[in-house]
Design a protein around this ligand. Structure first.
Ligand code: PMP
Length: 345
């Protein structure tokens, strides 16, 4: 890896971040007349903790990682955007992603006027690290690898991941939004050995918290400091900090939901494979399946008419004919299956 100073944009490296009122004193205090808040309407009259330490301590304990290695964002989408802003010079630098993959890498790059190059996965959606590394150019600062990948659902081969990380001098972002659904281990435990890796996770999927917008980035304290420097001072609001703590306290309940979802995934797969217009279902390590059908657009439109919304991925690279279907509750899955089973062409 290049050293961090070489990778970070010079203006970001030299940036003096905004110093919020609550950052400027040490010790205990009980009278806060420093932030121009209304003294009434406790507790929401007060700005939230800009570095969300209580929540980070909880996450640190849960994940077995130091709290200084955690950045919290308004969804992991914020961490994707901030990574690009920290490392990529607009109109000059580039990021690299696999294709197909999560669409926000391209959008965040476009917003930042940063080129997003893409390397096709193999036909079975596996990663070829050699081909990926061949696409690296002098201005490539970040590689985005999503595992389990969206919309394909597969986990990327660990050996190929190592090859990609070890063969690249810049930053590798491993997006693990769906890792809780996978039987493969997270990359988190190995973070210490890879100072150029940022691992993304989220409360939006397995934890059932998409509505509160809480994404997590894990990386070396030096990288986390850079992300903290450029985030909005109070990027995680008080309500989210409170609700996220509550969500993280229901880990056992979450695990129960998770195993039901995985169970349902098998049931849905089995039932779908019996339908004459279903050609194949790709192996999934996530809470969704990619299903190849004879007539994706007609099937999609039919389901919409029935009030059931899935994701049409027919025009996505390597996904011709495919619908991406999220696993719902048993009741929701039965409605989907009943609709498809009674479909007349
Ligand atoms: N990464 C992947 C692979 C995703 O599929 C999503 C959400 N669709 C995200 C990140 C964004 O998640 P968040 O809600 O944490 O912004």
């Amino acid at each position: 890896m290049k050293n961090l100073k070489e990778l970070v944009r010079p203006n970001i490296w030299n940036l003096k971040p905004y110093s919020s009122a609550r950052n400027e004193f040490q010790g205990e205090a009980s009278v806060f007349l420093d932030a121009n808040e209304n003294p009434y309407n406790e507790p929401y009259n007060r700005y939230p903790d800009p570095l969300q330490w209580k929540l980070k301590d909880k996450i640190a304990a849960l994940k077995g990682i130091d709290r200084t290695s955690i950045f919290l964002g308004n969804g992991s989408d914020e961490a994707i955007d901030l990574s690009i802003r920290a490392f990529c010079e607009p109109a000059a630098d580039a990021v690299l992603s696999i294709d197909p993959s999560y669409g926000m890498y391209q959008v965040a790059a476009d917003i930042n006027h940063v080129a997003c190059r893409k390397v096709r996965l193999n036909n079975d959606f596996s990663l070829n690290a050699g081909a990926l590394l061949q696409a690296v150019e002098a201005n490539t600062k970040i590689i985005f690898l999503c595992s389990p990948n969206n919309p394909t659902g597969n986990i990327l081969n660990r050996g190929e991941l190592y090859k990609a990380i070890n063969g690249f001098e810049g930053i590798v972002v491993i997006d693990e939004a769906y890792i809780d659904f996978s039987s493969s281990p997270s990359f988190l435990k190995e973070l210490k050995d890879f100072p150029n890796v940022i691992v993304l996770q989220t409360l939006s999927k397995a934890w059932g918290g998409a509505g509160i917008r809480l994404g997590m980035a894990f990386a070396s304290p030096e990288i986390i400091d850079i992300l903290n420097k450029i985030k909005y001072p109070y990027n995680i609001n008080q309500l989210t900090q409170e609700r996220a703590l509550e969500l993280l306290n229901r880990r056992e309940a979450m695990k129960g939901e998770l195993s039901e979802i995985l169970n349902e995934r098998t049931l849905v797969e089995t039932a779908l494979l019996e339908l004459p217009f279903v050609q194949r279902i790709y192996p999934s390590d996530a809470n969704f399946i990619l299903v190849k059908v004879d007539d994706p657009n007609a099937t999609y439109d039919y389901l919409v008419r029935k009030g059931i919304i899935v994701r049409n991925r027919n025009t996505v690279t390597l996904c011709e004919g495919c619908l991406r279907i999220t696993i719902g509750t048993p009741g929701q899955n039965n409605l989907l299956l009943k609709a498809l089973q009674t479909r007349t062409l």
